[in-house]
Design a protein around this ligand. Structure first.
Ligand code: ATP
Ligand code: ZN
Length: 895
């Protein structure tokens, strides 16, 4: 098997990485912590899943990411397989989301199934893989420190010797199982043997023989007694039949006696019935006679002679017809009668109505007449008022004849006078003022003059020019006084005139008032007159109507009387018909009675006839009964004669004897039968015991056979078990020898030292190193470097053993070495390089080595460089076909 391609996503330091791997030696190099070991771990994890981890799934998912994917492609025995694993973080936990392995004609899903498949394919589980193919970093002591037992298990496992051990264990288990079954079977066999012994001790065959003899004896006796019993039964049955015959006859006699008594009773009761019937007939006849007398009386009272029933009916018919006819007529008359009555009533009602209307109208006429009178009175009154007003107007108008103005201008006249009066009054006041001041001036002047002074300047008047003016003034004053008197007179006359004018204004307004009233009165009078004429017209119309009503009422009354008379006439006619009807009805009733009597007579006669018939029928029935009576009496007589008293007595005796015997024999038979039954069941029991015994014998034989078979099987399984043990021991011995040889070869190859002669591996996988002087050393006593070399040679030896295989077709996974040079000096690194190329020679196709060593790098077919970005902390991987020496120098210097 070899890896061809590995792709990673978020695996440990790798964000994404992809690397193709080829056959030959591939060296992976890079600085510390760049991710080299992680690459190898990825391959291991891809193959085995969580079993390949020391920690948890959490460790492989790149910190801070959610999911991780590993895709591994590898080839094995010419086929290509792809294995994909996906992990997913959810919360705290990381779990496998997908795990699929696909190969030619195969798809495996699920971590567990994939691991199982890989384990089978590589013929090694995760632990075996670490022990053999994958030498992890710093893992030097693992195999050296292991106990021989652990080493043995590990190597057995790798070389598939474990299978043989498994087969041996299975054979051992099978042997134990067989032994269990054998033990049980032997126990069962012993148990059955004991049972058989117990049963045989009771001697069942001898007992059976005894019982059978006794049984045959009892059976013979039973048969004898049964024969006797049958004979006795026959005798008894014969006697019983004689007796029962006798009993039957007795019963027949008794039943005949009963029947005879019954018939006699019937005959007697029938005779009694007949005489009752006869009495009834006699009674009916008497009734018929009575009815005949009644009928005669009725006939006499009828108006017509009705000798026969036929005629009665005819006459009755005729009367009924007459009745109907008269009733019909009367009915017609009744209709007329009620019509007349109704008409008379209606007419007289109408007459009354008319009279009432006439009276009402008369009342209305009176009212109208009163109203007309009242209107006439009003008219008269109004006219008188009109005349009075006209006279007043005449007298008022005449006042203007002497007046200075015409009627209608009084108001303006008053105003005119008032104006004049005011003017004169004003003038008078002015004049009065003038007169007063002039009077004052005159008095002053006179005073001054008296003192001799000038009235004008107050100077002494000698020679004054104004002295003559005083006389003028006096003249003017009197003039003024005269004018004033004239004005005073004028004012007084104007006052008188004004009073007169004001009176005229009053008169004028009164005249206006009167004229308005006159107009109103005239209109009112006209209106009243109109109303009166209307009422007079109404009055005339109503008076005409009254006359009309009266004449109509008279004529309607006359009609009503006529109808009344007609009604009386019809009523009389009806009563005549009613009388006639009652006569006819009474006649008809009599006729009905007569016909009823006749019917009753006929009915009675028919009854008599029926009674007679019944009687004769009863007579003949009794005759018949008498006949039966005679027959039954005869039979009874003959039965009584047929009984033989002596034969009956002997039968009774025979029966009693037989019964006594039967009782005894039955008792005997019961005892014998009980005994036979007991013997039969005893025989059954013994037979069953014998059957059981025989079946036990059969079982014993079978069990014996089984025990024999199981014993044979036990020795076979035991042989098988030891055979597998021996094969394994042989194979292991062979392996131990081969492995010892190979370890020596490998150790010789890698360790150049004269101190050690050889390594020994004993049958128990105990490892020992021998010095040249023959001294034995425990491998743990070796130095660190020696132990690393010893470890490598042991691993390579195991790998070679595996690669060469037992049957030559073992799988060889890549040989994986993580930092194998750590403890080695330069010389030994050279030898390691040689070992690696030797391993290629031994048929190891693919070797993956993590190393910084130049020599190993030089020896590599392929070089893989791993780098880590210091900023992102993410690793990358690259393959260089042929490494540049300078670059390698730097790498080496780093370590
Ligand atoms: N789950 C993880 N997520 C991120 N980085 C991780 C995770 N697990 C390990 N690492 C980182 O991967 C690196 C370890 O890688 P690895 O052991 O493969 O290195 P190396 O190249 O073999 O180193 P050395 O030369 O020392 O053996 C460390 O730097 C570690 O921090
Ligand atoms: Zn490392």
């Amino acid at each position: 098997m070899r890896v061809t391609k590995l792709s990673l996503t978020n695996f440990k330091p790798y964000a994404t990485a992809e690397i193709d791997l080829r056959d030959g030696v591939t060296v992976i190099h890079g600085v510390n912590g760049s991710g080299k070991s992680s690459l190898l771990e990825a391959v291991f994890f891809a193959l085995y899943g969580s079993k390949a981890l020391e920690g948890t799934l959490d460790d492989v998912v790149t910190n801070g990411t959610e999911a991780c994917e590993i895709d591994l492609i590898f080839t094995h025995q010419g086929e290509t397989y792809e294995l994909i694993r996906e992990l997913k973080r959810s919360g705290e936990r990381v779990s496998t989301r997908k795990c699929v392995l696909t190969g030619p004609d195969v798809t495996i899903e699920g971590a567990r199934d994939v691991r199982t498949f890989v384990t089978e394919l590589l013929r090694m589980d995760a632990e075996a893989f670490i022990n053999c193919a994958y030498v992890q970093q710093g893992d030097v002591n693992k195999l050296i420190n292991a106990t021989p037992k652990q080493r043995q298990d590990m190597i057995d496992d790798l070389l598939q010797l474990g299978v043989l051990e498994e087969y041996r264990t299975r054979a051992g288990q099978a042997r134990l199982g067989v032994e269990d079954v054998l033990g049980n079977t032997e126990g069962a066999l012993q148990n059955i043997r004991n049972q058989i012994k117990t049963k045989e001790d009771t001697e069942p065959y001898a007992r059976l023989n005894n019982v059978e003899n006794e049984l045959s004896d009892v059976t013979t006796r039973i048969e004898n007694y049964e024969g006797e019993k049958q004979k006795a039964e026959k005798a008894r049955d014969a006697a019983e039949s004689t007796l029962s015959e006798y009993e039957e006859k007795q019963q027949r006699v008794a039943s005949l006696t009963e029947s005879i008594d019954g018939i006699q009773n019937q005959i007697e009761s029938t005779a009694a019935e007949r005489s009752t019937l006869k009495e009834q007939s006699t009674e009916h006849r008497a009734q018929i006679q009575q009815l005949s007398a009644q009928a005669d009386r009725l006939r006499e009272s009828l108006s017509k002679e009705v000798p026969t029933a036929n005629i009665i009916e005819e006459y009755e018919q005729q009367l009924t017809e007459n009745l109907d006819e008269i009733r019909e007529k009367r009915e017609e008359l009744r209709i007329k009668q009620s019509a007349y009555k109704n008409q008379a009533n209606a007419l007289s009602e109408k007459a009354t109505h008319l009279s009432e209307r006439a009276e009402t109208t008369e009342t209305e006429v009176e009212t109208l007449q009163e109203e007309i009178q009242s209107v006439t009175d009003q008219i008269k009154e109004q006219k008188e008022r009109l005349e009075t007003l006209k006279t007043e107007r005449q007298s008022l108008s005449s006042r203007f004849d002497a007046a200075p103005i015409d009627s209608g201008s009084a108001s303006s006249y008053v105003k005119e006078i008032q104006t004049q009066k005011e003017e004169q009054t004003t003038r008078k006041a002015e004049l009065s003022a003038t007169i007063e001041s002039l009077t004052d001036a005159i008095e002053e002047t006179e005073h001054l003059l008296a003192e001799g002074k000038c009235p004008e300047c107050g100077q002494p008047v000698d020679g004054s020019p104004h002295v003559h003016d005083l006389s003028d003034d006096r003249e003017r004053l009197s003039e003024y006084q005269r004018k004033k008197a004239a004005i005073e007179e004028k004012v007084s006359s104007l006052t008188t005139e004004l009073a007169e004018a004001q009176k005229l204004v009053e008169t004028e307004s009164r005249i206006d008032e009167i004229e308005t009233t006159i107009t109103l009165l005239t209109e009112r009078i006209d209106e009243l007159a109109e109303r009166r004429s209307q009422k007079e017209h109404q009055l005339n119309t109503k008076q005409d109507a009254i006359a009309e009503y009266r004449s109509q009422a008279e004529s309607v009354s006359a009609d009503a009387q006529t109808k009344q008379d007609q009604h009386a006439e019809v009523t009389a006619e009806i009563s005549a018909f009613t009388d006639e009807l009652s006569e006819i009805e009474s006649e008809r009733d009599q006729l009905t009675e007569l016909s009823e009597i006749t019917e009753r007579q006929t009915e009675l006669e028919e009854r008599i006839e029926r009674l007679t018939e019944k009687r004769s029928e009863l007579q003949s029935r009794n005759d018949e009964r008498r006949e039966w009576l005679k027959q039954q009496r005869d039979e009874r007589e003959s039965l009584k004669e047929a009984v033989d008293e002596r034969a009956i007595e002997s039968a009774k005796e025979q029966k009693s004897n037989a019964e006594q015997y039967l009782e005894q024999v039955t008792e005997m038979l019961t005892q014998l039968t009980t005994k036979r039954d007991r013997l039969t069941s005893e025989r059954g029991e013994i037979t069953a015991e014998i059957e059981q015994l025989e079946s036990l014998n059969k079982q014993q034989t079978q069990l014996q056979q089984r025990v024999d078979a199981l014993s044979a099987l036990r020795s076979e399984t035991s042989d098988l078990e030891s055979m597998y043990g021996e094969i394994r021991a042989t194979l292991r011995q062979q392996n131990v020898e081969t492995l010892e040889r190979m370890v020596n070869e490998m150790f010789d190859l890698i360790y150049a030292n004269d101190a050690y002669s050889h390594i020994e591996l004993d049958g128990e996988y105990e490892l020992s190193v021998f010095q040249k002087d023959g001294e034995r050393l425990d491998p743990e006593q070796l130095s660190g470097g020696e132990r690393a070399l010893f470890n490598l040679s042991l691993r390579c030896a195991i790998y070679r053993l595996l690669a060469e295989g037992i049957d030559g077709a073992a799988p060889t996974p890549p040989l994986i070495l993580d930092e194998p040079t750590v403890f080695l000096d330069t010389g030994h690194v050279d030898r390691l390089v040689q070992l690696v190329s030797e391993m290629r020679g031994f048929g190891v196709d693919q070797i993956l080595i993590v190393s910084h060593d130049d020599k190993l790098i030089d020896a590599a077919d392929d070089l893989v460089t791993v780098e880590k970005n210091p900023t992102t902390n993410r690793s990358t991987v690259n393959r260089a076909d042929k490494p540049a020496l300078s670059a390698l120098q730097v790498q080496v210097g780093d370590d």
